[in-house]
Ligand binder design. Structure first.
Ligand code: FDA
Ligand code: NAD
Length: 462
């Protein structure tokens, strides 16, 4: 059995691996010291492109255009870059066994890789409808999107099913970005999700109402409060219908499913401490096992700002956690300083002509501000989340339908508190910087009305 040995091994060849490699090169790594082992066939790339420009009908993004680290304004690391820097890229190689005590990884082909220091960067995988026993979920043309191979299969189907019907199952990130991408490709799109509004993990009903109306204006049909319970297929095994729990049947040539992700920690189960579904780390991304680090989607790390352990499934954190782990490794070897990770959560999305950014924590009382009319030429609106406010007044009357037999509705007046989260649709770079600053500084507010009335000006003056 072939055996290779490295000082540092990164298992997983996604976003975090790419940014870690760049940091290693920056800090100094000798030829042959570092290897990246990836199940994918290509060098690390900016995964967010797969649900956006990769699916454009015209001038779509293609590799090598979006290899890391272009996503954060850095230089592209092409396959040759790894060679030039003496970093071994071991592609199309899935690790199927990890022995942390023996410091050994074994691939599906039986190769064995020894390391002194390991960085776990296996990211997430998709949750499949078959996992919930949904009948017919293995039909052809039902797609999930995680890796470039998945995106290629979807692109092929979009070509084959020109002007056909697409059903999107899920109302989260994948659902909203893919709903838009398929509509732009001129498919007739329906979206189905169980919650009362889209992206409930982050959006308030007020934020979601804007996107739902915008999508409806683009001709996308949204079906809420129900789930897909089965699929029909034709004689070729291709999906033809999606059956919903509420009895509706939707015709479909293509189905895209985005019902959540799951961090890929199985290889390490029982060998390393876990927390909140991820591998538990300290502020330097060290796990409970000496010389083993975990970064990106798989890491559950101390979020200093909120004094709690969190796992974050977004690209900004995958880049920064990877750089932090490499700095910590190098600092432990006496090269360069490293400070505690002090992360400000940052998520974003783009679809159609829309683009939003969110910073901080979406807890407390949300306050919507700005122009959230989906028919506006350039809608610009946002939300702040205010925490620790004091209720100083309360009002209650029946309901606010004057025609109700027994109206009941009410209001609270909240005073003080601080801004802990900020969301902005349609912001320019300065405005996005301003909301990031607000979420970091957590300025006090006098009342919810104050931030509502001031809107973006509240952030801009901080
Ligand atoms: P990532 O998933 O990037 O990489 C993991 C790598 O490990 C993969 O190459 C995988 O093949 C490999 N691997 C796993 N198990 C292995 C094994 N056993 N052996 C060998 N290799 C193995 N975020 C955001 O903030 N804004 C956005 O717009 C988007 N958009 C977006 C679109 C799409 C389609 C997806 C799927 C995700 C996003 N994200 C995002 C999320 C973001 O991409 C994600 O958080 C990062 O890619 C996480 O980086 P990691 O390196 O942790 O995992
Ligand atoms: P998600 O958690 O954002 O959304 C999952 C959605 O699935 C839920 O909101 C719900 O509407 C829906 N759902 C759950 N069970 C369902 C069911 N049985 N039937 C129908 N709908 C159901 O997950 P995702 O959209 O699948 O994204 C996967 C991963 O990719 C996540 O880690 C996400 O962070 C990442 N991603 C991020 C971005 C971004 O940051 N812009 C873009 C794409 C993907």
């Amino acid at each position: 059995m072939a055996e290779k040995s490295f000082k540092y091994v990164i298992v997983g060849g996604g976003v975090a691996a790419g940014y870690a490699a760049r940091e290693f090169a920056k800090q100094g790594v000798k030829p042959g010291e570092l290897a990246i082992i990836s199940k994918e066939a290509v060098a690390p790339y900016e995964r967010p492109a797969l649900s956006k420009a990769y699916l454009f009908p015209e001038s779509p993004a293609r590799l090598p255009g979006f290899h890391v680290c272009v996503g954060s304004g850095g230089e592209r690391l092409l396959t040759e870059w790894y060679k030039e820097n003496g970093i071994e890229l071991i592609l199309s190689t899935e690790i199927v066994k990890a022995d942390l005590a023996g410091k050994t990884l074994i691939s599906a082909a039986g190769e064995s890789f020894k390391y002194q220091i390991l960085i776990i960067a296996t990211g997430s995988t998709v949750i499949r409808l078959a996992d919930f026993g949904v009948q017919g979920a293995d039909a052809k043309n039902i797609f999930y999107l995680r890796e470039i191979d998945d995106a290629d299969k979807l692109v092929e189907a979009i070509r084959a099913k020109k002007n056909g019907k697409a059903v999107i199952v899920g109302g989260g990130y994948i659902g909203l970005e893919l709903g838009a991408a398929l509509r732009i490709n001129n498919l007739e799109v329906s979206m189905v999700y169980p919650e009362p509004w889209c992206m409930p993990r982050l959006f308030t009903s007020g934020i979601a109402a804007f996107y739902e109306s915008y999508y409806a204006n683009k001709g996308i049909k949204i079906i809420k409060g129900t789930v897909a319970v089965g699929f029909s297929a034709n004689e070729k095994g291709e999906v033809t219908e999606v059956k919903l729990k509420d009895g509706t049947v939707l015709e479909a040539d293509i189905v895209v499913v985005g019902v959540g992700g799951r961090p890929l920690t199985t290889l390490f189960k029982g060998q390393v401490e876990e927390e909140k579904g991820g591998i538990k780390t300290d502020a330097f991304f060290k796990t409970s096992v000496p010389n083993v680090y975990a970064v990106g989607d798989v890491a559950t790390f101390p979020l200093k700002l909120y004094n709690e352990l969190r796992r974050v499934e977004h690209v900004d954190h995958s880049r920064k956690s990877a750089e932090q782990a490499v700095k910590a490794i190098k600092a432990s070897e006496g090269v360069g300083p490293v400070e505690e990770y002090d992360y400000l959560p940052y998520f974003y999305s783009r679809a159609f002509d829309l683009s939003w950014q969110f910073y901080g924590d979406n807890v407390g009382e949300p306050v919507l501000f700005g122009d959230n009319n989906p028919a506006s030429a350039k809608p610009k609106f946002g939300s702040y989340w205010i925490k620790d406010g004091k209720v100083v007044g309360a009002f209650l009357e029946g309901d606010n339908n004057p025609a109700s037999a027994k109206p009941k509705f009410g209001s609270y007046w909240i005073k003080d508190g601080k801004v802990v989260g900020a969301f902005l649709e349609g912001g320019n770079p300065d405005e996005n910087k301003a909301i990031a600053k607000v979420a970091r500084i957590q300025p006090p507010v006098e009342s919810l009305d104050q931030v509502k009335n001031e809107g973006l000006a509240f952030a801009s003056k901080i």
